[in-house]
Design a protein. Sequence first.
Length: 450
Amino acid sequence: MSMNGRTEYLDIQPSNVVSTGTVSYRDGNPVIQFIIGEQDRYLVGQSLRFCGNLQVFKDSGRAIPVDGDNINISPKLGMYGIIDQIVLSSQRSKNVIEHIRHFGRWAASYYGNIASKQEAMGHLNESALILPNKTATKKSIIENVNGSSSTNKSFSGNSFAVNLPTGLLSSAEPIGLSSKGWGIGGLMVEIHLTPDSQFLIAPSLPNAFYELSNLKLICEVITPSVDELSRLMNQSSNVLEYNAISSYYTSINSTNAIINFGLGLSRVLSVFCNFIPSSHLNTLQQDGFQTTPLINKFTPAGGGVSASFATVAPIKQVSFLKGGMKLPLQYLIDANVREDPTSTVSDPQILRNYMSAFMPFMKNIRNQLSPITTNRLVQYNTTDYADGGLNFGVGVSYDQISGDGVNFMVDNFGLNMETGLSEDNPHAVFIFVRSKQTLAMSAQGLQVIL
């Protein structure tokens, strides 16, 4: 949408931060709320940035970790690991426009598929503290002593300025903030924080926690010209299309893994899921954001075992279903491990379809997928991976031509997998669905058309 008008920049403080100006999950502040008030302006969603400072402490005494401390964060996520949920709603009507759950698990797959290793080490490191190397992450972020001295309290820890890659905010169309029919009546942004036990990896530091300070939201708004505003005042309604992310959760623990959900979405574009042993979630012992293959068991060193190792449970066959019928692929995917159980190479067809869930495969020229990050060589400790960790998943694109997607309003989505899971090791499965949605606006309120 093109328009004439004046561009301005807003600096918005949280509406619910305590007087100390610091926020931490441990201290009972799990939600950060920002309000962009209703006004006769347009919000440029892609310009919005969540800014502040991050500091990690190893104990309740607020001691900064040092070289010998076994503590870190996910090197593939950086600051995005603190976000558990993002809720976007209208300030006026309180209608929820978009709600992304399990955001960290989604981002763990997303950024590995749309950003190269060089980008992760470059601008994503500067803005989001992403650095796909566990040692470099610990040295530059965890052990950062800025602000810890009594003579230096003006800057604390690591500064960040991250965009919020939701469907609504990623739309190329500006978002009307007016309540007069052509806007949403102001935007309320809620960021739900991740627990310390999920964000941090600190096996020997049970009291470790993270803290945020100097929080704010910055964004760009456009004030329409006089002629444009006059036209808008006579407009009683408006619509905005965007790609939304819906999330689902289940668990599997059998050789015949069947996943079935009623999505209730009419324009599904793609689906992908990632996996992790359920025991690795919300624990300081492991990296809860790793996206690993299925794992049968972990064998620690000792008792005749020279080194710790993990045994992979390969995915041997995959089929995607719509109402019990194979769609979009009219065939079963037989993985390479089905013919060669000793293969440690990722199946190329499963990998290609997984990558296509993010963008068309032939256009995906910047990602972090490689033989190092997609193999079946699983480590006993999930912090021991190279390049930030494995990027394994299963996914498929439903529509790369028309952009209208596939209707799942009536028919259930299904994913059947033949796996090698033979041990009692339940796996959490996080499913993410990208679909086209329409936001209908009027003076009476909002309606999200799924």
